[in-house]
Ligand binder design. Sequence first.
Ligand code: HAM
Length: 423
Amino acid sequence: MEIRSVRGMNDLFGEELYQWTQVENRIKQIFGSFGYSEIRTPVLEKTEVFSGTVGNETDIVEKQMYQVITDSETYVLRPEGTASFMRSILENKLHTSGQPSRFFYYLPMFRHERPQKGRLRQFHQFGAELINDSSPEADAELITVLDQIYKSFEITEYRVRINSVGCNQCRGDYKETLKNFFRPKLQQLCEQCQKRFERSAMRILDCKRENCRETTKTAPLITSCLCADCKAHHERVKSCLIQAQVKFEEDPYIVRGLDYYTRTAFEFTSELLGAQDALGGGGRYDGLSARFGEAPFPAVGFGLGMERLMIVLKEKQNLPQFNFAPSFFFAPIGEKAFEILYPLSLRLKRQGIWCDISYDKTKGLKWFLKQANRVNANYSLMMGDEELKNGIALLKDMKQGSQEEIPMASLENELLRRVHREP
Ligand code: HAM
């Protein structure tokens, strides 16, 4: 077949999707226990939701957005969650109470990047956002929730790096200091960093190229430029993390690839991922609502890549067990048996018990047992003319291999008893 899926966009089904769902459910539970309620936004947004907000000089806005063009409008497929979240919060006035409010989302994101291990063009992100709370405790909470998610999957192979990128005031001063440092060294930087120099000099610190890394080694650090308030905020975030027993390290090179961050910025990385080692990341973005032309209010959040979490779980052989199998497989041999087993299978299904039944009544016992094995049923129940005559059915425990005769009159109760493991 010639027609294939779009490069960097995957199908999910069967065992793999089952495992995803188990993992998703666990994460949703964790969000529940930290008081985060779900929000869903449309996959299409107007371009301006991201262009002036995530930052025009960011890779996402500059070169990674998918456009959807209709006769009269151009839209984009959501490349990240925070700007759509903010658009929705403002539009639905969910911030106006002024009270701290917690949200999470689980949505596909689209970025036109070069696909490689852990980097897709359609990927899935869990995100958490806490609005109307400017306290450093809120920043620490987000980092703690993300840490809790990985801990709950018994992942230990990750590092938590945190930084403060300052507020508008001190970051402005820092950018100037940084530009003064890089100006005489521009030739030593890669082409992209030379382009970044004028408008987003801090992103040079984030460059992975050897030459740029060498040059940035002696660059002035944001930590030395933070104002007193930002410094105090950062210190308090750290002490909260110590209290929460979250292991972290300070990394003044964390600047993040999105423009909206203020003060706290953080990244979780894992060496189990290879080159694309970011498991998740986020930070504070108190100024984002102002980029939508609204009054500023505090907000902090993170995004977690599902594909990358699944890679780590696979690497650790820690994926959830595939447990999608019927309790019973009914094998009616002949029409008469089918007339009895079919309604019984429906009654069980209606009680929430998965009971598979073959609609082919012409096959023999051997074939049915093969099918029961194939679908991994716990029990198979066989009924043919002989059993009908004796008023019984044959129940086989597929795991133990044992077989017993069950009187027809008590069949339903006996099956229920087995599912509910009654004595
Ligand atoms: P981000 O760092 O761009 O942040 O993405 C968050 C996570 O999404 C990454 O750490 C990574 O695990 C995953 N990810 C990113 N790009 C890809 C890709 N192409 N393929 C697979 N996984 C990917 C944000 O998006 C911010 N909105 C996070 C945030 C929320 N900040 C505040 N609130």
